[in-house]
Design a protein around this ligand. Structure first.
Ligand code: BDP
Length: 600
């Protein structure tokens, strides 16, 4: 799916700003045919939860409404007019002037609809009904229940089956853009590279809707100089002396696609892309033929007031903090991040493990991840298959051309140790592999108590990705024992899967900034730092260990729970992005480690 852009053939209007908002407590019949009454104002994009002072609104589970007005310039009406949402969390019904124009389920991927038949010259009303309900059919998975209060009123409740607050709303930009009637619908870029000869053969596949005579594909370098071109689709376009996209040293080409009819250009789209190889073999993760070592984080889209809503200033700052620490990568835990963030990572050379919102596929999830009484029925009770397929298609459709994406993560901490998980995941891995034009590796991120003997589907993973909390959820405060367990655990994975690279995708300890202890007590900044030192020591003993992504980049909001102190405090930065002591230690470690060739 193309990101909306303006050029001579395409126009763009942003609908971001202040919208009307109203929670639907289901005590009145709200109809999109009428303007909202008794509303409050909300900024879009943004989660609604932290923009209100009404606790009932903040904690609301169920439906809610957004509304805004817009006018279109006259010139738009000669074109194809498309309404596009970057994301609405988690399910949206969209109405233009009271008529339903589209519906989309899934809170982290874009969707769009042609609205020519619904818009008028003059004022138009755009209404969006949203649901933040999560259940056993959705991703993420939520525990959904209903009950009646004393007055007989229906109360809906979503209990997050995952460890982040269920922020909701119109989270990403809302845009109206135009294309010509005959238009470029999608562009897919793949390539073969001869690293020694420094030559890349680029294939650009273009999906076109409508009539055209000819297509022109031009490849421009970073200075906008033409380096190669073709008028045949999907043919190899050769770039000589190719500049590779490298971690922390990005280089982006542009594929300019022009559609020609009756010798006139009728549509143009410019897609940026980087050229790099990714290969997993002999327990190594290779980028551009060189052994790469992941240094970085699991993150969240989580900031004060915006909640999970797009916050570009924080995105910019976060990547700068990462680079200053010597990090080179992060995982989009636990859902696809904004298109804006992915575009920024392409430019900054930050390596991304791109995760779908497949989190909570485990029935007994609690804050204490060390428990493990899952029962036998996870893969019978969960009805997420359809949604799982949809999010894989949507994410790969959206992110397939991004150089920053080096691996797809198809789940975080699923009940992979329960019978049925192999049967559930095998077709999903096949789907992802078949859809990705760049054939990136795929993985699932494994929960702490999943081990080489119990896991049923690790054979599917290209890289073994482990979330581990020795010294925190288990062996709390005992780093000596934790070190022993960490070592034994890693050894058991190496023994079972000697040819697969192994990395940590989570490890961490809650830490209250400003809390110190001469006795290295849990929750103190000293403990967090020493916890990371212990882990680093063990990581360095294993050749097959290809990366460390800690949990978490910054403190973040969660649901209430006695194991959470106003949220999850495992950040090495506070929620305001101030460093804790561990950030200084990790900064020294990572800045002294090369991105390539660390393990030989
Ligand atoms: C893992 C989850 C992550 C949690 C983390 C923790 O993958 O979402 O936030 O542990 O407990 O279970 O801090």
């Amino acid at each position: 799916m193309l990101y909306p852009k303006v050029n001579n053939y395409r126009n763009l209007l942003s609908l971001d700003g202040i919208w009307k908002f109203k929670c639907d407590f289901e005590t009145e019949n709200i109809k999109p045919e009428h303007s909202l009454t008794d509303y409050e104002y909300m900024a879009v994009p943004g989660s609604f939860n932290d923009q209100t002072l009404d606790l009932k609104v903040r904690q609301h589970s169920g439906y809610f409404w957004y509304e805004t007005d817009f006018n279109l310039p006259k010139s738009f009406f000669d074109e194809r007019i498309v309404l596009r949402f970057g994301s609405v969390t988690h399910e949206a019904w969209v109405y233009v002037n009271g008529k339903e124009v589209c519906h989309h389920k899934g809170g982290f991927t874009p969707f769009e609809v042609e609205i020519n038949d619904f818009v008028l010259s003059g004022k138009n009303r755009l209404t969006v009904k949203v649901s933040n309900i999560l259940d056993y059919t959705s991703l993420p998975v939520g525990n959904y229940s209903e009950y009646k209060d004393d007055s007989g009123k229906l109360i809906r409740k979503v209990d997050e089956n995952f460890d982040f607050f269920n922020y909701a709303g119109i989270h990403r930009p809302v845009k109206i853009y135009t294309t010509p009637r005959d238009y470029i619908d999608d562009i897919t870029i793949s390539y073969d590279i001869d690293l020694e000869a420094k030559v890349a053969d680029v294939r650009t596949k273009v999906a076109i809707n409508g009539d055209f005579d000819e297509i022109k594909i031009e490849i421009l370098d970073q200075d906008d100089k033409l380096v190669a071109c073709s008028s045949v689709e999907e043919t190899n376009i050769r770039i000589e002396e190719v500049n590779l996209w490298e971690p922390l040293n990005a280089y982006l080409y542009t594929a300019r696609v022009s559609l020609i009819k009756s010798e006139q250009v009728i549509d143009v789209y410019e897609e940026e892309f980087g050229v790099r190889t990714i290969e997993v073999k002999d327990a190594e993760f290779l980028i551009n033929g060189k052994l790469f070592y992941f240094k970085g984080f699991g993150k969240h889209e989580d900031t004060y007031v915006n909640g999970r809503g797009l916050n570009e200033a924080y995105n910019v700052l976060d990547l700068k903090l990462m680079k200053k620490m010597g990090a080179n990568s992060f995982r989009t835990s636990h859902y696809p991040y904004s298109e804006e963030m992915m575009r920024l990572c392409d430019k900054e050379g930050i390596v991304v493990i791109d995760e779908i919102p497949a989190v909570g596929l485990i029935l007994n999830f609690g804050f204490n991840v060390a428990t493990g009484n899952e029962g036998e029925n996870t893969w019978v009770e969960l009805k997420t298959k359809e949604m799982h397929e949809q999010v894989i298609k949507e994410l790969i459709g959206r992110d397939k051309n991004h150089a920053c994406v080096v691996m797809w993560s198809l789940s975080n901490e699923a009940a992979d140790f329960i019978d049925g998980s192999l049967e559930y995941y095998k077709p999903l891995f096949e789907l992802a592999k078949s859809l990705d034009p760049q054939k990136r590796p795929c993985t699932n991120v494994l929960i702490g108590y999943s081990n080489p003997e119990t896991t049923k589907n690790a054979e599917l993973f290209d890289v073994i990705c482990l979330n581990r909390y020795y010294g925190w959820y288990g062996l709390t405060g005992d780093l000596e024992q934790a070190e022993k367990f960490t070592r034994e655990d890693l050894q058991s994975w190496v023994d079972k899967y000697p040819d697969k690279p192994i990395m940590y995708t989570e490890y961490g300890a809650d830490t209250i900034n400003g809390m110190h202890s001469a006795y290295n007590e849990p929750f103190s900044e000293e403990y967090q730092m020493n916890y990371y030192k212990m882990n680093s020591k063990v990581f360095d003993e294993f050749d097959n260990f290809v990366g460390e992504q800690l949990w978490n980049f910054a403190d973040f909001q969660t649901k209430f729970g006695i194991q959470r102190v106003m949220g999850n405090r495992k950040g090495v930065f506070t929620r305001e992005r101030q460093p804790k002591m561990a950030a200084t230690y990790l900064s020294e470690r990572w800045n002294s480690m090369p991105d390539f060739g660390y393990k030989g």
